[in-house]
Design a protein around this ligand. Structure first.
Ligand code: HEM
Length: 197
């Protein structure tokens, strides 16, 4: 391997980090589409069984993201990412780090708030959850066993929290993507290449 190739490799993420990054990104985009479809499309457009299928798939993808987020944090804690290029201004490095931390928080906050919202659903007991229709998945017991009136109230509040985490994700994701595109097209220092094989 030439010295130039070794130097370039030192600036890139590992293949595991790339795989986790793009898998989580694709699953989150799919889940935003499914979550919005379930909450926005009138039932005249989606019949009841399709709505259920959309929401159940959304829940399964969300729990998968939670599992991958745990793997990703463990990987991140044991592997140092390549440092940002020296040409970055100080404020750009700070903005990138803040956006990355916010994204880590949100990839946990979204599935956990969705799972909590679903666990406080009064019909949860009669609608058991199965990941992709196959693997039984528990609800959060401390929420499921509350008084029905309190559960109803928490179900609504946790649903609102889940939606707000979604709004926060749109903002941080937009900043993350715009930042990558600015470096790619305006500053002409490819950061996208660091996350691509
Ligand atoms: C990657 C993780 C997740 C993302 C990005 C995500 C995103 C979203 C979004 C954008 C909505 C629409 C909110 C709105 O604007 O009204 C939504 C709704 C919802 N989510 Fe999630 N979610 C995730 C995980 C989960 C999980 C793990 C569960 C449950 C186990 C869940 C349960 C729900 C439910 C029940 C709704 C309401 C659907 C309806 O309106 O009937 N979500 N989610």
């Amino acid at each position: 391997m030439s010295t130039a190739t070794i130097a370039e490799d030192a600036l890139k993420y590992t293949h595991v980090a790339m795989l986790l990054h793009w898998t989580i990104a694709l699953l989150i985009l799919a889940n935003i589409a499914l979550g919005l479809a379930a909450s926005l499309l009138p039932t005249s457009v989606l019949p009841d069984t399709s709505v259920r299928f959309v929401i159940d798939t959304h829940k399964s993808i969300g729990i998968t993201v939670l599992g991958l987020a745990i793997v990703r944090v463990l990987w991140r804690l044991t592997h140092r990412p390549p440092s940002l290029p020296g040409v970055f201004a100080g404020w750009e490095k700070t903005a990138a780090h803040v956006a990355h931390i916010a994204l880590y928080v949100l990839i946990f906050a979204l599935p956990l708030s969705g799972w909590a919202h679903d666990s406080a659903w009064n019909a949860a007991a009669t609608h058991p959850m199965h990941l992709f229709g196959l693997v039984p998945w528990p609800r959060m017991g401390f929420l499921m066993h509350l008084d029905p009136a309190l559960k109803e109230q928490l179900h609504t509040q946790l649903g609102t929290l889940h939606t707000w985490f979604g709004y926060a994700l749109y903002v941080v994701l937009a900043l993350h993507i715009l930042g990558a595109l600015k470096h790619q097209w305006i500053d002409r220092h490819s950061v996208l290449g660091r996350m691509l094989p």
